[in-house]
Design a protein around this ligand. Structure first.
Ligand code: FES
Ligand code: FES
Length: 901
């Protein structure tokens, strides 16, 4: 044994000099505020201070820490949060919160040297810590503002919507007590690891599993041990993915077996000699040629998962009559979600109930999927979502849940599992690569008169969200523009690539690249200002979409108008810059977005329950998973105002399939709109009960006290004595439960109907500098105007915009997941503090008649225009049109050389 000094105390620890400090601190000392995102020094999530200097604990062997003072996030907080932690809350610097401990430690080191740092100093000090949610802007602001006073007062009852209140669930994110998937396990938990395919496609067979496992004191389970139907999928008619492969693997990283054992045994276990024999099969890797290739799945002979289509008017005739036609062929790449938290969770038995606590975006879908695979009734599975350290769509799909569930059922012991970074990247979903062709025509006055779009989307080995992408893209490929003659067709093709699923935008960000690049072609051909050309064609209130839906609450025109002042200034800035520079050129670009919130023409309900206890406690059962976007806060704000109570009176009961009604999945920018509307209805229903009992006016104020509800209006106060009331259900004496399902109209064979009840809009203006010799691109500034209908929380909305822009910038310039080559965070690059531009967020409020208090969704909209705006700015700067993203320096340089510049 030896001793380590941590947070001012001395601890005895086992003397293993090579052990990772992160592992020792988390596992032996229980300091789980230290996060592990990569175990390779790439993400900085494990940053701690060693004698005041930041180090990656995952790269620090225990021997190097001995004799030094170690400080972790748990050591920041005294009786109260320290000034930096409160600044993080005040500025909305923690979204999912998984990077926050590392950020706080790196910032603490900086502030000890430089109490009032500049933004550049903060940017540099935090450069080694990755954040996938925030875009860093709020974090930098918090660090530079750490010396200032504390938060302002909370809004009064009835005035929560529109107030920039701090996240209601923020404190655990900054004091290190937030429980992510890897942070909780019962004392006697076994550890689960998966055996995965090193091949893209192979048949396999096992050797002597009993001999192998017996010699090592572990247990092995394969598909043969799964008691249910070994097929899961987010869209039940397309469910095709085995929890453990049977005889054949269809993607690199697919699991074929799990190994379960005591933690100490599993830590030392080497899986390289696991008895499995592989027979490689020639993989199908190119979606463009997959049609005639070997079937990836036996049931889909032509490798076509699904086709999507929207047709309105006569596109060919519209194009034939156009004065100008632009043609674009565009390609995008696999994009990795790169959340800092790899998949993790634990399963245990509660009597005959299988409980699973893991990171997820979709607890009820997880419950049903696990139940099916494990042969259980859904009510025999309980899903308790842990905090999710980022999701962005990928944590909608099952990953480890059936594996730890199987292990717990078979062993009767709690079983936990944490994916390594590489197995997370290999085995979970990606953004669909797209190969798109678009032809768009405009008349001599600049009005769009026809468009054709064809897109092939690589959906990988299994269906996942391929059908959603194939159906959503044709609805959105026109952009938010009046397009009278339109044909958009898509196909999702199976390959042996990674499973492509949901990633912020469901294919719409890819389609926007083709459409917005073509719009710049047309503006140039017409000799029109590019912003004015878009404004001329922007959808207006009451006009029909390409699906024939009459649009209400249309805010795209207002978004484009809001960009105009900066557009003019940016043009002048670029002209001045370019006059002074020859090797580096500045350019500006613009692009728009629209996005329908929720499922495409499918049922999409959320149910919210609220109740008041006999003691006077107000509880909101809010089952929408908050993966950092702020649902816990925004939905509580809407509910509070609907009820007329103060937001701090609300106790949140978070998602848990045993405790909260189904609020659906956190996807498709639906939670503010759908669960928010259910919360609005629940608040109104509870308020109506209270006013009816007291016979008070509609505008009365509602307050809560010990054992009573107090209602105040012009007549004075009236009280409801809660002790006198009978139980109304679920242990409450006053209770309301409301369901909202957005009204949509099914699409016909030509995609005509009303696919979404609510749409949001936005437009981005990008200012970039291109080094003509190197092909490098620096984004200097993004001005982002977004129509939210009603801004429920400006602090959180701004964070969403900045975070979306960071992901859009990554997609545009650096992110390209290559299976087998970029399965870690040093080969797969995401934006760091140094890559982020100055961001100006402009909120537009064109109320939606259906959205709660006029609100629209925002989460996915925010990255859609970023990449095409950047591409259009690169073209403005360099004269070359880039249509293959990411626009890596070699691609930009090659295009410049080809253009003879
Ligand atoms: S976990 Fe240590 S740097 Fe990523
Ligand atoms: S808040 Fe930084 S990774 Fe989520």
């Amino acid at each position: 044994m030896t001793r380590l000094r941590v947070n001012g105390q001395s601890f005895p620890v086992a003397a293993d000099p090579a052990r990772r400090l992160s592992d020792l601190l988390r596992e032996d000392l229980g300091l789980r505020g230290i996060k592990v995102g990569c175990d390779a020094g790439d993400c900085g999530a494990c940053t701690v201070l060693l004698d005041g200097a930041p180090v990656c604990a995952c790269l620090t062997p225990m021997a190097q820490a001995e004799g030094h003072e170690i400080r972790t996030v748990e050591g920041l907080r005294g009786a109260a949060l320290d000034a930096l932690q409160t600044a993080f809350l005040r500025h909305g610097a923690a979204q999912c919160g998984i990077c926050t401990p590392g950020m706080l430690m790196a910032a603490t080191a900086l502030l000890s040297e430089v109490p009032e740092p500049t933004e550049d100093q903060a940017r540099e000090a935090l450069g080694g810590v990755l954040c996938r949610c925030t875009g860093y802007g709020r974090i930098i602001a918090a660090v530079c503002d750490a010396g200032r006073a504390l938060a302002g007062p909370r809004p009064a009852a009835g005035q929560a919507v529109g107030a920039a209140i701090e996240r209601l669930d923020g404190v655990p994110k900054v004091d290190g007590t937030e429980v992510f998937g890897a942070d909780h396990w019962p004392q006697d938990a076994l550890v689960v690891r998966a055996v995965r395919s090193p091949h893209f496609a192979a048949r396999f067979g096992f050797g002597d599993l009993d001999a192998w496992s017996g010699a090592r004191g572990v247990q092995v389970f394969t598909a043969a041990d799964l008691p249910g139907e070994n097929r899961f999928g987010v869209i039940p008619p397309f469910a095709d993915q085995p929890a453990l492969a049977e005889r054949e693997v269809r993607l690199r990283g697919e699991a074929v077996a799990i190994v379960v054992g005591e933690a100490g045994v599993m830590a030392a276990l080497d899986l390289v000699d696991f008895p499995v024999d592989w027979e490689e099969i020639e993989p199908v890797m190119n979606p463009d040629t997959a049609l005639g290739a070997r079937p990836v799945q036996a049931g889909r002979a032509d490798n076509v998962l699904i086709r999507g289509r929207v047709v309105q008017g006569d596109a060919a005739a519209g194009l034939a009559g156009a004065a100008h036609v632009a043609e674009v062929e565009a390609r995008t790449s696999f994009v990795e979600h790169a959340y800092i938290e790899p998949e993790a969770g634990v399963a245990w038995l509660e009597g005959d109930i299988l409980a699973i606590q893991a990171c997820t975006q979709a607890p009820v879908m997880d419950r049903d999927g696990v139940a099916k695979v494990l042969g259980l009734a859904p009510e025999k599975v309980r899903i308790i979502p842990s905090a999710a350290g980022g999701g962005f769509g990928s944590k909608l799909d099952l990953s480890l849940q059936p594996l730890i569930g199987l292990a717990a059922l078979k062993t009767g012991r709690p079983c936990r599992m944490v994916y390594s970074r590489s197995e997370s990247m290999q085995s979970t979903t990606k953004r669909h690569p797209a190969h798109m062709r678009a032809r768009i025509g405009a008349d001599a006055q600049g009005r769009i008169c026809g468009m054709e779009f064809d897109g092939t989307f690589d959906t990988g080995a299994y269906a996942s969200w391929g059908p959603t992408v194939a159906n959503r893209v044709p609805v959105h490929a026109s952009g938010p523009y009046r397009t009278p003659n339109y044909r958009a067709e898509t196909v999702a093709m199976h390959t042996n690539g990674p499973v492509a699923g949901a990633f912020r935008g469901f294919g719409v960000p890819q389609a926007a690249v083709a459409q917005e690049v073509a719009y710049d072609d047309l503006a140039e051909a017409l000799g029109m200002d590019r912003l004015a050309f878009r404004r001329l064609n922007a959808l207006e209130e009451g006009e029909a979409s390409v699906c024939g839906q009459v649009m209400r609450g249309v805010g795209i025109g207002a978004c484009l108008d809001a960009l105009r002042p900066r557009w003019r200034a940016a043009q002048a800035d670029a002209a001045e810059f370019n006059a002074a520079h020859s090797g580096v050129k500045r350019g500006i670009g613009v692009a728009s977005c629209w996005y329908g919130c929720g499922n495409t023409a499918l049922p999409n309900p959320s149910t919210v329950r609220a109740g008041i206890t006999r003691e006077g406690g107000l509880r909101l059962h809010q089952g929408a998973t908050d993966i950092g976007q702020g649902a816990n806060t925004v939905i509580a704000q809407i509910f509070a105002d609907a009820l007329g109570a103060a937001v701090e009176d609300i106790a949140l009961i978070g998602p848990d399939t045993a405790l909260t009604p189904d609020c659906g999945k956190t996807s498709a920018s639906r939670q503010t709109v759908v669960t928010g509307k259910a919360a609005l209805l629940a608040g109104q229903a509870l308020r109506a009960q209270i006013l009816a009992r007291t016979n008070r006016a509609a505008e009365a104020r509602i307050g809560l006290g010990p054992g009573k509800v107090v209602v105040t209006d012009a007549q004075g106060c009236a009280e409801i004595a809660l002790a006198d009331l009978p139980e109304a259900g679920h242990g409450y004496v006053l209770m309301a439960e409301e369901t909202y399902d957005p009204p949509t109209v099914a699409l016909d064979g030509n995609g005509q109907g009303a696919p979404y009840a609510v749409y949001g809009y936005g437009a981005h203006l990008a200012e970039v500098e291109v080094d003509l010799a190197l092909g490098t691109v620096k984004v200097a500034r993004i001005t982002a105007a977004h129509d939210l209908g009603r801004v429920v929380n400006p602090l959180l909305a701004r964070g969403q915009i900045e975070g979306g822009i960071a992901q859009g910038l990554g997609m545009a310039l650096m992110e390209e997941y290559v299976p087998g080559r970029t399965e870690n965070l040093h080969d797969y690059l995401i934006p760091t503090t140094g890559d982020m531009p100055e961001v100006e967020a402009i909120f537009i409020e064109v109320p939606d008649p259906e959205g709660p208090m006029g609100a629209k969704g925002l989460g996915e909209h925010v990255l859609i225009p970023t990449a095409p705006a950047i591409l259009n700015a690169i073209r403005d700067a360099s004269g070359v049109r880039i249509t293959h993203i990411p626009a890596l320096p070699h691609r930009v340089r090659a295009a410049i050389r080809e253009a003879g510049r």
